[in-house]
Design a protein around this ligand. Structure first.
Ligand code: SAH
Length: 221
């Protein structure tokens, strides 16, 4: 193996997609291609690089986590993106899910409430050259009115939906979130119809909590 291939973590990444993602039933070819390409090791703390492709979530500072690779793929597949969409993400974290989405839709708008994480995501996404991503540091429960309506909204922290999200969604658009409390969540996908909402429940899961307001400094480790 060349030095470049070793440093780019090509093999662990391909293995991650085969063993953790395809093996568990993710079949959307575009999602698989994005997961094979985005360099997850560039989004984690340098001390955790050797664990970047493991079947687990990892700490990213400020008490938050980068989601397990399978969960990123699962949620992305549920959005059924075709390429023309404008997607709002609540909970940028380190920006890994943002990077995956950015390869599958026209533009991603992503909101993070913890300032140091927002800044790190900005650096991570610049390093990986994602031009179709817009980030802001704010309370994502308010959505991002300026660019609404969105084709899809994905929430990567667990809690209950804000009414503003459905309002900021196009008719036919999907809102995907881990719903519930105290670390016991279930993925729910709500499709906004001309009259009413279609609701579908999927995997049980555990996410960090959806919180209110903005945090400007590292008050928690
Ligand atoms: N998609 C991220 C997952 C990060 S964990 C990744 O791939 O790394 C969820 C993130 O949601 C955390 O960074 C947390 O700070 C953020 N979050 C929680 N509540 C929020 C809110 N109301 N608005 C914006 N971000 C929020």
């Amino acid at each position: 193996m060349s030095l470049h291939a070793a440093l780019s973590y090509e093999r662990p990444r391909q293995r991650m997609v085969g063993e953790q993602i395809q093996a568990r039933g993710i079949h959307d070819e575009r999602v698989l291609a994005a997961m094979r390409t985005v360099p997850r090791h560039l989004f984690v703390d340098p001390a955790l690089v050797s664990r970047a492709y493991q079947d687990a979530s990892l700490p990213i500072g400020s008490g938050q986590t980068i989601s397990q690779p399978y969960m990123v793929a699962r949620m992305t597949q549920l959005l059924e993106l075709q390429g023309h969409e404008r997607v709002l993400e609540i909970g940028t974290g380190c920006g890994y899910q943002t990077a995956v989405l950015s390869r599958l839709c026209r533009r991603v708008y992503s909101i993070e409430r913890i300032a140091p994480l927002h800044e790190r995501a900005r650096q991570n996404l610049r390093a990986a050259r994602h031009a179709n991503v817009m980030l802001k540091c704010a309370d994502g429960r308010l959505g991002w009115e300026e660019y609404a309506p969105y084709d899809a909204i994905i929430v990567t922290a667990g809690g209950f939906a804000s009414e503003l999200w459905l309002q900021q969604l196009k008719t036919g658009g999907m809102l995907l979130l881990p719903e519930g409390e105290n670390g016991a969540h279930r993925l729910v996908r709500r499709t906004k119809l001309a009259h009413g909402i279609n609701e579908e429940y999927f995997d049980a899961c555990t996410f960090v909590p959806l919180l209110e307001g903005v945090e400007s400094s590292l008050s928690r480790k």
